[in-house]
Design a protein around this ligand. Structure first.
Ligand code: CAA
Length: 380
């Protein structure tokens, strides 16, 4: 399928909108490290907080390919917004739709689609890459659970209205003793802790969440008891497409900047991109960006068509984030000292990019997932 032709008009409309409404704030939210309500409203005005939420629950019901294009275009102008947006859609609304009861869907999805942010609580101080090492506990007591624990590195911890998180409901069965719950911000015993001072994506807030004897009614459990780990792995399969798309947007931005700068920057009487040393770099950037784009759209298309895509989502996130690393670093190199000046966005792209190689599973975890899936394929 030629994704470029099929989605040309769709992309143009998004690009024009984000250039007008989001791009002008990107440098400021990064510099001042705050969550912009103006950007939030601009996303809301388009209904994008509910991009993949089905129309019957108040969303736009877009395909994963369309959603990936929105993530890409937003991230091309603002990595911080790209991250908040991707986390809310892929990790917030998706699991409620995929695993929630009808009652839970009706209660939370229309709200989420209108911009009430939903955070995803998996990572803990002693359970990062080893997500199965969850220490938070939910003890059953008279039709409720009593929840105790700490989650860290939670995107939108400060600004969310809801959070979905994992906690251990049984010591037996390893990861099968983990369940998931939907929490509301005002619940007694739910507090937000230390805010992270990150090098990139600084307009997206990241903080600890603490749960102290938090009483959670059984009706707030997401799906069956003991299914939390699996639900979160399935959710991350989708999330990794959006982090790939975020990386792609940053790589694309870096490529465009490098092209424009090298055309307008004159040395020895000619644009610096007349030198092969610069051209080789531009060629590698352009080629890698195209390859990443194809892998991401293919994976999104597989998800839309219900074709197993665990291996591909790990591949597209791994590849696109490493492409983004290469492209953002190379853009800085082409710009020379201007690349490390705040007068240009190159260093912001570079700082925002790093999240893509770590969040929603490090590159090393993606390689583990890919290798395991390849070996499974071999046995088939
Ligand atoms: N889909 C469906 N089921 C899955 C699955 C998937 N993608 N991955 C695992 N499972 C199932 C397995 O089939 C298995 O179930 P059975 O026993 O019934 O077969 C069960 O889950 C356990 O799987 P594993 O044995 O593979 O589990 P593991 O302990 O070896 O861990 C891992 C696997 C891939 C390393 C996993 O721990 C992982 O992905 N770690 C990275 C965590 C991560 O990405 N964290 C990101 C946090 S979110 C974030 O960063 C958000 C942000 O905002 C920045």
């Amino acid at each position: 399928m030629d994704f470029d032709i099929k989605y040309k008009d769709f992309r143009k409309e998004i690009r024009d909108y984000v250039e007008e409404k989001i791009a002008p704030h990107a440098a400021e939210v990064d510099r001042e490290q705050f969550y912009s309500r103006e950007i939030h409203q601009a996303v809301n005005d388009k209904g994008w907080w509910g991009s993949t939420v089905p129309k019957e629950y108040g969303g736009l019901g877009l395909s994963t390919v369309e959603y990936a294009i929105i993530v890409e275009e937003i991230s091309r102008v603002c990595g911080s917004t790209g991250l908040t947006f991707a986390a809310h859609n892929s990790l917030g609304t998706f699991p409620i739709y995929a695993f929630g009861t009808e009652e839970q869907r009706k209660k939370y999805l229309p709200d989420g689609a209108k911009g009430s942010l939903i955070a995803f609580g998996l990572t803990e101080p002693e359970a990062g890459s080893d997500a199965g090492g969850t220490k938070s506990r939910a003890e059953k007591s008279n039709g409720s659970y009593i929840l105790n624990g700490t989650k860290c590195w939670i995107t939108s911890a400060e600004t969310c209205d809801y959070a979905i998180l994992t906690a251990r409901t049984s010591d037996e069965g390893g990861v099968k003793g983990i369940s998931s719950f939907i929490l509301e911000k005002g619940m007694e015993g739910f507090s937000v802790g230390k805010k992270e001072n990150k090098c990139g994506c600084r307009g997206s807030n990241t903080a600890y969440m603490h749960f102290d004897d938090l009483k959670v009614p059984e009706s707030q459990r997401l799906g069956e008891e003991g299914m939390g780990f699996k639900q979160f792995m399935i959710t991350l399969d989708g999330g990794r497409i959006s982090i790939g798309a975020m990386a792609l947007g940053l790589a694309q931005a870096a490529l465009e900047l490098a092209l424009e700068y090298s055309e307008s920057h004159i040395e020895n009487g000619k644009p610096i991109n007349r030198n092969q040393g610069i051209q080789f770099k531009l060629a590698d950037m352009g080629t890698q960006v195209e390859a990443a784009r194809l892998l991401i759209y293919k994976t999104a298309w597989m998800k839309d068509n219900k074709i197993p895509y665990t291996k591909y989502s790990a591949m597209c996130k791994l590849y696109a984030s490493e492409v983004a690393n290469f492209c953002t670093a190379t853009a800085i190199q082409i710009l020379g000292l201007d690349g490390i000046s705040e007068d240009y966005p190159a260093s912001r792209y570079f700082r925002d990019m790093k999240l893509c190689e770590i969040g929603e599973g490090t590159s090393e975890i993606q390689r583990i997932v890919i290798a395991r899936e390849l070996l499974k394929d071999l046995q088939k």
